[in-house]
Design a protein around this ligand. Structure first.
Ligand code: C2E
Ligand code: CA
Ligand code: CA
Ligand code: CA
Length: 280
């Protein structure tokens, strides 16, 4: 029995060693990917409710891996957050997405009000260079700042409230807008929410999923939309897959929607077709 215990320890150590090796390999691969610029940006339409008209897009990063194919963020973002590689990758996503949307504004004049939402992870938000990065990208791409939405999560807000308020105010002073992503899954209290200079609440898909079947989810979604209205914020419902979800949300007065019902994330070329259809 003692031997078994020792073996277990050995196996445990071996697997920790294997984890450390895998982690180091992934890190090296991701560093190479940053150098080779292997990240691509997809775009998912955000639409007006109930009309369904495209009013903006969310930029979603993918990794065009040389052998494993196109990888979604769930396969690498957590790792880049741990290592800090999210900072250069995120800056690249911001630049690519803003250039793309500026190109739509130039090429399709009626689409010059389309917005672009970009996800910021906590690590990027805490980086002192964030403000300069945003300022440079706005300058270089010529995009109107009010067309840019930065999405941050609730847990990031609660991390260091005073410092967060300062950074958000500086971003807002540049003219960009702030959305709270995955709203409802964190733990922000109503009183805190008032302290943050924000523009948009994105209601997490978890509540939208149950909205037609589950009275509690429907009540929560209704409460978030009401909260948004009371605080004069716009609301975006995420992960709308069914027409009945859309009609409930639009009856509740939710401003915007996003989800497979309207469109899946697509390449810049695929979304360009949709922008032309909506605005030409
Ligand atoms: P998120 O910000 O909540 O983005 C929405 C996710 O939901 C996207 O997954 C999108 O493809 C998916 N989605 C949208 N509509 C539907 C729907 O109707 N049904 C279902 N089942 N899914 C839907 P994706 O692209 O895999 O991104 C996952 C997460 O990775 C994002 O969640 C975001 O937290 C993170 N992420 C993506 N791009 C970036 C980035 O450039 N920077 C950072 N820091 N994080 C990113
Ligand atoms: Ca998001
Ligand atoms: Ca989200
Ligand atoms: Ca999410």
């Amino acid at each position: 029995a003692k031997a078994t215990g020792r073996d277990r320890v050995a196996v445990f150590e071996e697997s920790m060693y294997a984890d450390a090796v895998a982690e180091a390999e992934t890190r090296a691969e991701l560093e190479r990917a940053v150098e080779n610029d292997e990240f691509v940006v997809n775009y998912q339409p955000i639409v007006d409710l109930p009309s369904g008209r495209l009013i903006g897009v969310e930029a979603l990063v993918r990794w065009q891996h040389p052998t494993r194919g196109l990888l979604g963020p769930n396969e690498f973002i957590a790792h880049t957050e741990r290592t800090g590689l999210i900072v250069p990758i995120g800056a690249r996503v911001l630049r690519v997405a803003c250039s793309q949307v500026a190109a739509w504004h130039r090429e399709i004049p009626a689409a010059d009000r389309i917005r672009v939402s970009i996800n910021l992870s906590a690590r990027q938000f805490q980086e002192p260079g964030l403000l300069d990065t945003v300022r440079e990208v706005l300058h270089d791409t010529g995009i109107a700042p009010e067309r840019v939405v930065l999405e941050i999560t609730e847990s990031l807000l609660m991390h260091d409230v005073d410092a967060t308020v300062v950074t958000l105010n500086e971003l807002r002073a540049m003219g960009v807008r702030i959305a709270i992503d995955d709203f409802g899954t964190g733990y922000s209290s109503l009183s805190y929410l008032r302290r943050f200079p924000i523009d948009i609440l994105k209601i997490d898909k978890a509540f939208i999923d149950g909205i037609t079947a589950n009275a509690e989810d429907a009540t929560l979604a209704e409460a978030v939309v009401g909260l948004g209205r009371a605080l004069r914020l716009q609301t975006v419902a995420e992960g709308i897959e069914h027409a009945d979800q859309k009609s409930i949300l639009s009856d509740l007065g939710c401003t915007y929607g996003q989800g497979y019902l309207f469109a899946r994330p697509g390449t810049a070329d695929e979304i360009t077709v949709m922008v032309r259809e909506a605005y030409e």
